[in-house]
Design a protein around this ligand. Structure first.
Ligand SMILES: NC(=O)c1ccc[n+]([C@@H]2O[C@H](COP(=O)([O-])OP(=O)(O)OC[C@H]3O[C@@H](n4cnc5c(N)ncnc54)[C@H](OP(=O)(O)O)[C@@H]3O)[C@@H](O)[C@H]2O)c1
Length: 316
């Protein structure tokens, strides 16, 4: 495979770390755009990676860094909308600028991260804005001279994730009882390395051009099953209390006012549709999705090894 120049938006996050490490290990030159370069210096252990600081929502910044890029990867996403960091700006306006910058700089390939259940009819602003961005890319890619592939995963797990680790933290802090909102919501968690492998394979794989892929792991679980499993793994004896629908809404209505908005009404609405795939993992990729049980115990028991693991991955 020839070496490509790849520009990643949102590459400093959980998924971005895995994709960047895989690309760098294959010798590609990776440029990650970030709002705060200093915070992500750990990524500079990857020898062919550079970090560029700026506002990824600005057309001029994108145009500057798309020059000489062969591939652009967009991973930027937020779960909560607030002030300047709102769904319209971060999901939709950013993608409009990506389209314009791709057209102006002649970049021919885009990989885009959406979300499972993204739909214009979706129950939450998160899912509707994800759908609007994804649909625009697919509608306008040909006219703007680039090929797009988009990915819609269920919840993603792996060292450093914010889902499994968050519940582990909540369980460790809970004083014997954990009130659990949306206990019957279903997820089909997919391993971050499997998601990253799909992005890397898709880059130059013509069969994937213009396609949308849902990505799920091998099994689905209710949220209650997942949280019970996490409690067992970390050996926390805590009573998990299933909240009813109105109690879940109430919890979201209260918690969205807490610092960091740990659970919002928009999150609650997203969870009213099951985050599960109707079909098997796409066989266009040479990936056998890993089950949660094969991966989670290692990093929940020794979370501090995350960065060591990242450094080892970077050297591969
Ligand atoms: N994790 C999951 O379970 C999951 C499931 C389905 C879909 N997804 C999607 O997958 C993508 C990556 O997820 P992730 O878990 O890796 O997310 P993450 O860890 O939160 O990383 C997202 C990145 O986006 C950038 N970003 C965040 N807010 C921004 C803002 N307001 N303006 C500009 N840039 C901003 C950040 O880069 P800087 O801070 O460096 O600027 C951050 O590194 C997202 O699009 C997400 O919606 C994730």
């Amino acid at each position: 495979m020839s070496v490509s120049n790849i520009c990643i938006l949102g590459g400093t996050g959980f998924v971005g770390h895995s994709i960047a490490a895989k690309l760098a290990a294959r010798g590609h030159k990776v440029r990650v755009l970030t709002r705060r370069r200093e915070r992500h210096r750990d990524m500079l252990v990857l020898p062919s990676l550079t970090l560029a600081e700026g506002d990824v929502c600005e057309l001029g910044f994108l145009r500057e860094h798309f020059q000489n890029a062969d591939v652009v990867i967009n991973l930027v996403g937020i779960l909560n909308s607030a002030g300047k960091n709102n769904f319209q700006r971060v999901h939709v306006d950013l993608v409009n600028n990506v389209i314009e910058a791709m057209q102006q700089t002649g970049v021919g390939r885009l990989l885009h991260m959406s979300a499972l259940n993204a739909s214009s009819e979706g129950p939450s602003k998160y899912l509707r804005s994800k759908a609007e961005a994804e649909d625009r890319l697919h509608e306008l890619s040909a006219a703007n001279g680039f090929a797009v592939t988009s990915f819609s995963p269920s919840v993603i797990f792996g060292p450093g994730d914010s889902f499994i680790n968050r519940f582990a933290k909540l369980l460790r802090m809970a004083p014997k009882v954990l009130p659990l909102a949306c206990p019957n919501a279903r997820f089909q968690p997919v391993y971050v390395e499997d998601v990253a492998a799909c992005f890397v394979e898709a880059m130059h794989h013509h069969d994937t051009f213009g396609h949308r892929y849902n990505l799920c792991g091998p099994r689905s679980y209710t949220l209650l099953e997942l949280v019970t499993y996490i409690a067992e793994l970390i050996d926390v004896r805590c009573r998990i209390v299933k909240l009813s629908d109105w109690q879940s809404r109430l919890q979201a209505a209260v918690m969205q006012w807490l610092p960091g908005k740990p659970f919002t009404l928009d999150n609650y609405h997203s969870m009213t549709v099951d985050s599960v795939c109707e079909s098997d993992f796409p066989d266009v990729f040479d990936v056998t999705p890993q089950p949660l049980e094969a991966i989670v115990p290692a990093y929940l028991h020794e979370p501090e090894r995350h960065f060591d693991a990242y450094r080892r991955l970077a050297r591969r």
